[in-house]
Design a protein around this ligand. Sequence first.
Ligand code: PLP
Length: 433
Amino acid sequence: MICNNISVNGAGHLTFAGVDTVELAKKYGTPLYLTDGDKIRENCRVYLEAMREAFGEAAMPLYASKAASYKEIYRIMKAMGMGIDVVSSGEVYTAMSVGFPMENAYFHSNNKTDADIEYAMDANIGYFVVDNIEELDAIAKIAARRGVKQNILLRLTPGIDPHTYAAVATGKVDSKFGSAIETGQAEELAVYAMGLESIKLCGFHCHVGSQVFDSDVFVRSAEIMLDFVCMMKNMHGFTTEILDLGGGYGVRYLDSDPTIDIRASILEVGRFVKSHCETIGIECPAIRMEPGRSIVADAGMTLYTVGTVKRIPGYKNYVSVDGGMADNPRFALYGSPYTVVMANKMADAGESFVATVAGRCCESGDIIQEGVTLPASATRGDTLAVLTTGAYNYSMASNYNRLPKPPMVMLEGGNDRIVIKGETFEDVARYDV
Ligand code: PLP
């Protein structure tokens, strides 16, 4: 199986974190989000230990909480000693409501509203990661009115497209995020920030992309960012305290996806950062990384119940389930691959067939996955599992077709407990007047 928390038991049922998924579907109903809490902690530990070893005690991983944002995950991050990246007042609220230490929170996004800025300052947010000059001016103005000096990082684009990196190292300057180093705008913005009374420029941030399997992408972006840090020191006498290299490490959605050793990759980046700092003659700033997907994706699984099995001879087969794009819009949005299995028929050695797994929404784009091989015995009432759904599923869920959002059950040490209640129809209609 694609992750070591997935197996099959003697009854031929899929297990997740050691628990029978068919029993969980019976107990809680479907659709059902499952989260392996032990796996989340294990994934955090990899970053915490590797980053300390690679970059020293001042290093800290920040969990990019857009990947999955709910109270229990911020409790886990607090207990593990992780920082967090938040992108909205809603995420600030959720983290704060469980006592997350907000000095370790970094507020991203390319367009923070004045209300976001005020709210985050009320929450004593540690840092704003500022995207552009309008935002910088807005933060500076609000901080000045409050009589505070606000810590910020500037988001820069190092000009790397992780997916065409080997061939082209100049892409992504046209990104909607950040200010480009290549065009000189990054330097201009940094110098401008240095001159603002109510702003403390603490350092710089970049994020080159997602589903990155190649350490070289991080090494290359670290090099560009460190060269920028060096230029800021030599040309403007500025000392960078914090350098945030972003998130993006890939996870395995399919058996054919590569496996990445995140610890080894971080250590490799660490060796490069140390030696490059020596070469260019700068102190190594405190390093941050912002993993989202690689903290939670393989800690998630979604269970559904099969409703209809439709065979269109000569064309296509459909297996429709009781959820879909409302709980997982990622295939509809960008054709994301997933591994899909029939959880109650893992030992079925009979005939198989290839089907499109479709959701229940009135929308032909409501597909979970195309070309899935399932047992030919697939029928109404079967339990279907979609693996590796821990990232950007619950956090992207909607109430399309007035479907209530499913509950989330956390599995830890073989026990199961609800960490997000399933919505009711009353919840869905709560704000209608
Ligand atoms: N940091 C920033 C600024 C991002 O935009 C993202 C993802 O969009 C992340 C971190 C997390 O990326 P990933 O979930 O791929 O690790």
